[in-house]
Design a protein around this ligand. Structure first.
Ligand code: TYD
Ligand code: MG
Length: 453
């Protein structure tokens, strides 16, 4: 194959260069030049231009978009009901979290329904993949393995086998001959993903791309892939806890922020179909300051999560702030609100540690009120009531703002056995379902006073 011409293109300003440079000579941005293939545009004949006829919306057939159920319920749920043929899904997560295990299990489940799956393992040998499959109890003759990292070989195998589902584990190790940069570089990852996406869009195969997330939380390089694919799933969890959460952050075929919960065991991943109480500590261990439960809504699924906070005098140095599962900037904002609007001035001389139980990520602002109360509880050394939950977004003036789907959240708290629910005062009010007392609050000060009474 003749080597295609490649250029280095600045991701910031579009400047093109035939040589790589650490800094873009045009806009001055560091590390912005990325190797890209520049194919001369094929002369497009008039015929093909005339082919580009608009189609009536009513004339588009939906037959192709039936969801292919995998049999792994939690996985189907996050995808919006199953795999759509011709779709491309990116599965991101930290190394070692269980992406390969998850996808191999899904491959096993799919083949049980008679679907053909091609599992491209770029990181592990055939032997290693077989060992894992044996451990997971898979022995299907319909899982085809390919241990290769060369894009052209993978494309050849897909064309020859025509599987219903292709899994590429992982996109960061795949390389194309057309580029001279190393595998894992942005140029390589993007070019390989682009080729694979083009290939499956034209066929009826569904493609899963595994991507590793770096420490900073970006898919290494392939944050750039997110717009290329139809669905983005993140697999996350504390490596030390056995629980894993699969979350969709983009889905062209279903709701985003849908959540699937798994438990990693020695025999692989086990689904947790009713995870509501998973992220709560034992109620019998009550009476410790610094805990508060909130109800986060993950997709269509409400999840009760306990927030734990610890404040401790910092002495001479700068106060430290650490979070697990909670957005750091959100914590900084909440601390400022607690200092200035609630009068907890001692916080300026305190180290503050906040975490969500099980490391489940609380991304919603609805968790603000729970976090604020947990911090105040730890600072004042006053325990909260183990039967309380708090739901609400906190604004810069300390006001508590309403959040979406409050009735559904209250209902879930009641179902699990909570007795009081602090929420933002709503226009028109919210009726208290029987068995749980709903207390509207206007300001965090008010909520803290109520929760620590
Ligand atoms: P893996 O799927 O290799 O992670 P990734 O592909 O995201 O890098 O998962 C590796 C971890 O999962 C490893 O620490 C061992 C654990 N594991 C189990 O606990 N049980 C199992 O059955 C399997 C296959 C793996
Ligand atoms: Mg892996």
């Amino acid at each position: 194959m003749p080597k295609l011409r490649t250029l280095y293109v600045c991701q910031q300003c579009g400047y093109q260069s035939i040589k790589w440079a650490g800094r873009c000579p045009s806009c001055g941005m560091w590390n912005a030049l990325v190797e890209e293939i520049t194919e001369p545009h094929a002369p497009s004949g008039l015929a093909s231009l005339e082919d580009a006829q608009p189609t009536l919306l009513t004339a588009v057939s939906l037959e192709d978009t039936a969801h292919l159920q995998t049999g792994v319920g939690e996985f189907d749920r996050v995808l919006g009901g199953g795999i759509v043929s011709g779709s491309v899904t990116l599965v991101g997560g930290e190394p070692g979290i269980g992406k390969s295990t998850l996808l191999l299990s899904v491959a096993g489940a799919l083949t049980a329904y008679g679907h053909t799956v091609l599992y491209v393992s770029g990181e592990e040998s055939l032997h290693q993949t077989k060992l894992r499959a044996t451990r997971l109890g898979l022995s299907s003759s319909l899982i085809h393995l390919l241990a290769h990292t060369q894009l052209e070989a993978i494309i050849g195998a897909i064309k020859q086998l025509r599987p219903q589902v292709v899994i590429v584990d992982s996109i960061q190790v795949i390389e194309t001959n057309a580029l001279s940069s190393a595998p894992g570089s942005i140029g390589q990852v993007r070019a390989c993903a682009h080729e694979l996406v083009q290939l499956v869009k034209g066929s009826r195969s569904a493609l899963f791309l595994v991507g590793h997330v770096t420490k900073e939380g970006f898919l290494a390089g392939p944050k750039v892939l997110e717009h290329l694919v139809d669905t983005v799933l993140y697999f996350e969890g504390e490596p030390t806890s056995g629980f894993r959460v699969l979350r969709s952050t983009k889905n062209r075929f279903g709701a985003t922020y849908e959540l699937g919960v798994f438990h990693m065991t020695t025999e692989g991943l086990v689904e947790v179909p009713n995870p509501s109480e998973l992220f709560l500590s034992d109620p019998a261990s009550g009476g410790v300051p610094g805990c508060m439960v909130t109800v986060s809504l993950e997709g269509s699924r409400p999840l009760l999560v306990e927030v734990q906070a610890l404040t401790s005098p910092c002495g001479m140095g700068l106060p430290r702030r650490r979070t697990t599962g909670i957005d750091f900037n959100r914590l900084s904002m909440l601390l400022a609100v607690l200092e200035r609007r609630v009068g907890l001035h001692q916080l300026t001389q305190q180290d503050v540690f906040v975490s969500s139980l099980g490391g489940v990520r609380l991304l919603e602002p609805a968790a603000d009120l729970g976090i604020g109360i947990a911090i105040a509880s730890s600072l004042k050394e006053r325990p909260t009531n183990r039967r309380d939950v708090a739901i609400g977004e906190v604004g810069l003036t300390g006001e508590v703002r309403p959040v979406t789907n409050i009735a559904q959240r209250i209902h879930e708290a009641k179902r699990v056995g909570f007795q009081r629910c602090l929420i933002a005062a709503q226009r028109g009010g919210v009726s208290s379902p029987e068995g749980i007392e709903v207390i509207p609050v206007h300001h965090v000060r008010e909520a803290v006073a109520l929760a620590l009474a």
